[in-house]
Design a protein around this ligand. Sequence first.
Ligand SMILES: Cc1cc2nc3c(=O)[nH]c(=O)nc-3n(C[C@H](O)[C@H](O)[C@H](O)COP(=O)(O)OP(=O)(O)OC[C@H]3O[C@@H](n4cnc5c(N)ncnc54)[C@H](O)[C@@H]3O)c2cc1C
Length: 438
Amino acid sequence: MSDPATHVAIIGGGYAGMAAAVTLAEQHVPVTVYEASTVLGGRARRVEINGVTLDNGLHILIGAYRETLRLIATVHPSPANALLRLPLDWYVHGHLHLRAPRLPAPLHLAAALLTAKGAPLRESWAAARMMRALRGTNFHLPRDTSVSALLKDHAQGQVLTQHLWMPLCVSALNTPPESASAQLFLNVLRDGLNADRAGSDMLIAREDLSTLFPEPAAAYVRARGGAVLTQRRATEIAPVSNTNGFQITAGDESRIFSHVICALPPHQVAAFLSGMVALSETIQTVQALEYQPITSVYLQFDGRVTLPSAMTGLSNGFAQWLFNREAICNQSGLIGAVISAKGPHQDLTQDVLAQRVRAELHEKFGPLPPLKWQRVISEKRATFSATPGLRRPPQQTPLRHFWLAGDYTASDYPATLEAAVRSGIACARGILGDTAAL
Ligand SMILES: Cc1cc2nc3c(=O)[nH]c(=O)nc-3n(C[C@H](O)[C@H](O)[C@H](O)COP(=O)(O)OP(=O)(O)OC[C@H]3O[C@@H](n4cnc5c(N)ncnc54)[C@H](O)[C@@H]3O)c2cc1C
């Protein structure tokens, strides 16, 4: 039997799968995306709560998310309005305020550190010295270690460790500093704080995360003849004998494709691929991953809540970051709080956790309007644990024409939208190279 004509199946319509689909559709390669849910976006998707449009988890992007921003600009009808862009302004209530002046990188960071409010000058100098030393090594460590060990090696002071480096590590890697990979952390510092000034900007979606990219991406793919199927869970995959193709079954329908990009969340990969002997090593690598949770707490007040900025850091409590949704996207009285990584909050019921976060808000910012409703969304396996020297499977697998996309695949970024998008693009480009050679 000859190989089926090029038609790529993409299993999973999260940011990775949709990035792959757009990149292939751009080159007029036929694609079909299978997405199990009714809504595209996966871990970064829209949810409706009490008639209000929210996200499954509060997300921030940084200016260094080059590929994510490029693809949003490719598919979004008005990309300039889709994201709120805030120049680096690190505000941890009552402890630290670091603001980058309009200078080219890395001077903007040095100036931000040296003028930081709340940090002793000797700590700011130690931080500036650490950044200079890291720049000298191009942010590369000969051997990976933990973020805590890295900070100790560079004699970082208590205030900046507690209110800058540690929260930055937990937000970016979703892993506590004592077990987080210093190399992955340095990659984020390299692109986020050192490369160019815009790289350190923080961007927050003014709309929900499905509208931001996966849905306009689906429109783009469909306009180029591709198919994006929601509520279509792929249940089986099997290589087609004597060809390099695969049969995908979804419900009671089976189709044959020349190539497959598996863009499932990592914890679902092993079960889906269990019959594929050629992938046993890949499956083992994915099975060895461990996970960290992220919890989002939404509090809807009956009236305006005034916070110091659109995104406010908190220390010494449960909430790590507060998002003022009124300042971001006109959702009056709505506050979102993020709690990344494992911690004591996991021992509380959702109602008690929401009450504690509300009490923290009251304690730090004074009287609040009456509460209309509260909702906690806990993603137990939000991301993999980004530990030192972690093995991540490459996008190209030992099985010809079978590719893996997702935030957990090999990347110098932690589990983020950018890692997901880059992995999807890498798969698509691999397939484009493959088909060009045919
Ligand atoms: C609460 C939370 C907060 C986060 N905050 C940030 C942040 O601030 N910044 C940041 O950059 N990143 C953040 N992340 C990480 C980011 O969301 C992920 O890295 C990214 O969304 C992963 O995309 P993905 O496409 O690799 O996987 P997923 O989003 O998991 O996509 C996989 C898709 O496959 C679908 N699927 C599953 N099984 C099947 C099947 N059998 N058939 C068809 N489809 C199937 C799923 O429904 C899903 O749509 C956060 C994650 C969470 C959970």
